[in-house]
Design a binder for this molecule. Structure first.
Ligand code: BGC
Length: 746
């Protein structure tokens, strides 16, 4: 008996000593997994709360006895979101508000996206975090999605390429990225429960394609599975999605974490290949332990997921003992934001070359609350706490354009009133802060507007829209897709009074998402879409309005005349309309320009559209076969008299085959450097035969039919400037798994 006891004590002590000596490194992951108890592994799979970095979203459990530190995960897509102040600490922890996703994508500039990613990654690392939960890259299925400002595009190639560049940038700084939300999280209302029912074709070609591109090209450390269900099960519990597709087909080796949910079917999540549960709940640990004990989960599955978490930990700054300084170079990052914001801006209208503003314009009457409280980003986890946001009024002043003081004072008075009212109503709601929220609009009478027209050289009318995670955008009302009657009346009256005196009106749109334009765009002389361009908003706007920067952004999504024009609107679960428990993707692949361009339905501004202060010509393109597909080249020349950059989009029309295809599909794009007048640049575009393929649900295969592909080069999907041909002599076919079938007839 005594001997036995002695033996047991010896065994325990030697185990403790062994464990103490065993510290995680690249070569001993197997050993660590052997040494960890089931309880420890279960805990590794379930996130924990942390108090190392206030305001960071979550953490992975640490095990000091194995040399496993606790890694910190923080939002988000427009820059690091942490609390800017900490109890009992007099330092501040402001971070940079970078351009939101839709703005960055509108630059069509992968180098810029990489630089912005690198700066965001640097802040993540210097504030002691290990992963930035970005980029958000769900497809803009419908303009009403509350988080479209965080996301990139309606097109998977734009989404995939820009996301890959952001991931490359973030990870070049030594922290991880998390591409999210995998997948079809294209709406916010009922996002935790809705079943997105999508055909295999639309899923593969539209919703998965961007992720496929980003994951294959940039190998993000982590992927975040979404809140919603997809064709039945939650994505987080979907083995076909997280293992058959992501790991087996796409060969992804990184870590998958859940979006921040309450406990669901933890056993199913682990089995599906969802490595980490976030934010993590105690009962999930027990559910994993019980799952193994009662045979619902195998220990191999637990080990498989734990291994992926350990392999992730090995890459983190925490593991490498990085000494962060809480002092990234915010000044340098602000300078990048100023450039990046301006690069994403899209000039929608410029009648008679009213822009850039002539140096005679000295005084502007600024209408619209967002002229004075401009929005750098949106609300929710994609928000940021910067130390400043440059309002449009201040950016213009810095560029030598002052605003009429009485109008400014009037707006200030209204905003003071609104602040006081909100302080009373919402208490200390942290989101009620200038730089993110939309102040109300109010109406001015004709006399007041006329007196402004007398005083100012020009009117600048800012239309602001705030949007938020957690709910979709309404069609009408404040912050709706449509302008309010008050906004339309004001805009018309301002145009009438200013035009009567021969003075111009410029509209600036300060919104991360699409708004209605068709019913008022004829009124003003120019329209600049500024998005939510980050903390230097006012400077970036002034740079474009004054011509310091020649606009080169192009729309990464269609701007429709009416929100109902999107086929998806019928099925988009609006609070006051459809059934919120399921979202039937009856429109299939008819998303964005794929529908409008093919159906030749008029839109307000087409996909890929954007004006410049100069003009460009495209040469005759040359198409040459490569091992994988083809390479096209063409020469772009600046034919105007200002320096500028051009985004060239390459669309392809496929030969007739068994599948109905969109008239034109974007397959590649490129942006020139800044070209001086008369200067030229050769751009090249690579496409593989796989990249040309469509998905055939019936045969579970990707197919590019043989025949002639018309390769088109456009300044937008409706402005094709040059064409060439590619002859695919033998059909390309790639058989894949028959997975992710809709659980209901569409
Ligand atoms: C959002 C994620 C975010 C997470 C952590 C969730 O509500 O959907 O995008 O990363 O919260 O804050």
């Amino acid at each position: 008996m005594n001997k036995l006891l002695l033996g047991a004590v010896f065994f325990m002590v030697s185990n403790v000593i062994c464990a103490q000596q065993l510290r995680l490194n690249e070569k001993n992951v197997d050993q660590i997994l052997k040494a960890m108890t089931l309880e420890e592994k279960a805990q590794l799979l379930v996130g924990v709360s942390q108090n190392l970095v206030n305001g960071a979203a979550g953490a992975v459990a640490g095990f000091p006895q194995f040399g496993i530190p606790s890694a910190i995960l923080a939002d988000g897509p427009a820059g690091l979101r942490i609390d800017w102040k900490r109890d009992g600490d007099r330092n501040s922890y402001y971070t940079t508000a970078f351009p939101v996703g839709s703005c960055l994508a509108a630059s069509w500039d992968v180098d810029l996206a990489r630089q912005v990613g690198a700066a965001m990654g640097n802040e993540t690392k210097e504030f002691g975090c290990d992963v930035l939960l970005a980029p958000g890259m769900n497809i803009h299925r419908n303009p009403l999605c509350g988080r479209n400002f965080e996301y990139l595009s309606e097109d998977p190639v734009v989404s995939g390429k820009i996301a890959a560049a952001i991931v490359h940038g973030i990870q070049s700084s030594g922290v991880g990225a998390s591409v999210k939300h995998f997948v079809v999280n294209s709406q916010e209302d009922a996002r935790q429960s809705v079943n997105e029912i999508v055909s295999q074709r639309a899923l593969r070609e539209i919703y998965l394609k961007g992720f496929e591109i980003a994951i294959r090209e940039s190998n993000p450390w982590t992927v975040m599975s979404s809140y919603n269900r997809l064709n039945g099960p939650f994505t987080q519990e979907n083995y076909e999605l997280l293992t058959t597709l992501l790991r087996d087909e796409w060969k992804y080796k990184g870590m998958v974490m859940t979006d921040w949910t309450d406990p669901r079917n933890t056993v199913a999540q682990v089995h599906a290949g969802n490595d980490l549960m976030e934010p993590g709940h105690k009962e999930q640990v027990q559910q994993i332990i019980d799952g193994v004990k009662n045979g619902k989960l195998s220990i191999e599955e637990v080990n498989r997921n734990a291994r992926r978490i350990l392999e992730f930990i090995l890459k983190t700054p925490k593991y490498h003992g990085y000494k962060f300084n809480n002092k990234p170079n915010l000044k340098a990052h602000a300078a990048l934001v100023r450039i990046g914001g301006a690069e994403g801006m899209v000039l929608l209208k410029n009648e008679n070359g009213v822009l850039p503003l002539s140096s005679n314009v000295k005084t502007a009457a600024l209408f619209g609350s967002a002229s004075y409280y401009s929005m750098s980003c949106g609300l929710g986890s994609g928000t940021v706490n910067p130390d400043h946001v440059v309002n449009i009024v201040d950016g213009l002043a810095d560029a030598g354009i002052s605003c009429t003081k009485d109008l400014q004072e009037l707006y200030a008075e209204m905003h003071r009133f609104e602040d006081a009212r909100h302080a009373m109503e919402r208490g200390d709601d942290y989101d009620w802060k200038p730089g993110r929220v939309q102040y109300s609009e109010f109406e001015l009478g004709d006399n007041a507007i006329r007196s402004q027209a007398n005083k100012a050289d020009i009117a600048i009318f800012t239309l602001g829209r705030e949007a938020t995670e957690g709910s979709d955008r309404p069609v009408t009302g404040n912050n709706g897709f449509n302008l309010t009657d008050l906004e339309i009346r004001m805009l018309k009256n301002v145009c009438r009074e200013f035009h009567a005196l021969g003075k111009k009106v410029i509209v600036v749109i300060n919104s991360g998402s699409v708004i209605q334009t068709a019913n008022w765009k004829d009124e003003p002389d120019a329209i600049l879409l500024a998005w939510q361009p980050g903390e230097e908003c006012g400077y970036s706007v002034a740079d474009v309005l004054t011509g310091k920067v020649n606009p080169s952004g192009k729309l990464p999504m269609t701007w429709v005349e009416d929100v109902k024009d999107h086929p998806s609107t019928k099925n988009f679960p609006m609070k006051d309309g459809c059934n919120l428990s399921e979202s039937l993707h009856k429109e299939g692949i008819d998303v964005g320009y794929r529908y409008f361009n093919t159906a030749q339905k008029q839109v307000s501004y087409p996909f890929g559209y954007g004006l410049s202060y100069t003009s460009f010509s495209y040469s005759k393109p040359v198409v040459k076969k490569t091992k994988e597909g083809f390479r096209a080249t063409l020469v772009v020349s600046n034919t105007g008299n200002r320096s500028g950059r051009e985004v060239v989009q390459m669309y392809v029309s496929a030969p007739k085959g068994n599948l109905k295809k969109p008239a034109n599909e974007l397959k590649a794009f490129a942006k020139t450097k800044t070209l001086n007048p008369g200067e030229k640049q050769v751009l090249s575009f690579d496409v593989s035969n796989y990249g040309l393929a469509s998905f055939d649900d019936a045969l579970d295969q990707w197919i590019s039919d043989k025949g002639i592909y018309v390769v088109k080069f456009g300044a937008s999907v409706e402005d094709i400037r040059a064409e060439a041909k590619y002859n695919l002599k033998k059909a390309f076919v790639k058989k894949v798994n028959d997975i992710l079938k809709p659980n209901k007839v569409l």
